[in-house]
Write a protein that binds this ligand. Sequence first.
Ligand SMILES: [Zn+2]
Length: 243
Amino acid sequence: MSAAERAEIAELRETVCALHAELVRNHLVAWTSGNVSARVPGADLLVIKPSGVSYDDLTPASMVVCDLDGKPVSDGSGGSAGAGGSGGSRGSAGLSPSSDTATHAYIYRHMPEVGGVVHTHSTYATAWAARGEAIPCVITAMADEFGGEIPVGPFALIGGDEIGRGVVATLAGHRSPAVLMRSHGVFTIGGTGRDAVKAAVMCEDVARTVHLARAFGEPAPLPADAVDKLHARYKNYYGQRYP
Ligand SMILES: [Zn+2]
């Protein structure tokens, strides 16, 4: 591993650790569920949360570096991975990666444009997933961020590539950076970890709003041309532009 890669990873350990605090701050997670990962630019590596560690106890050093098959690797920041006594299933601080690592790794392998992945069981979005119902695009905030409905992916069991395959099959060619995996929860993607966290926050926000709207009537879908215009404007003109 080059010095540049090690420096990149050190920075991503800080970033990915801090992004987990955003999941808590935005009430997207309970206990230790939920996870954020980021791809290491220019390397076939990712940085992800350790499995089963309390959010309060997460530190940059406890983040786990894995290859794109989901296997922990050493980045020279302490301890041993692969070599040494860990048996190759633990990261530098001796921690195992998130049980969702195989899914994150599958997404990075098959979607080269993705630099960040988030998984949560956030309440309102997961309620839609439990019904297997896509969130219809009935408010402008959805057109902005998601460019249409938030789709439902297939039911899949954790453990292999099955969830990753479902996420990629649903999101490939779709404008939405979020998918509701049936009877499970939310996966979001982004150019960076921060983008994926933002999509997870926005997904829960619109899931809640549309749920409340639906409780008292049938909200009208936005016209397709309005969705297109809103999405294009948001992607191209919204926010601060820096030269
Ligand atoms: Zn899950």
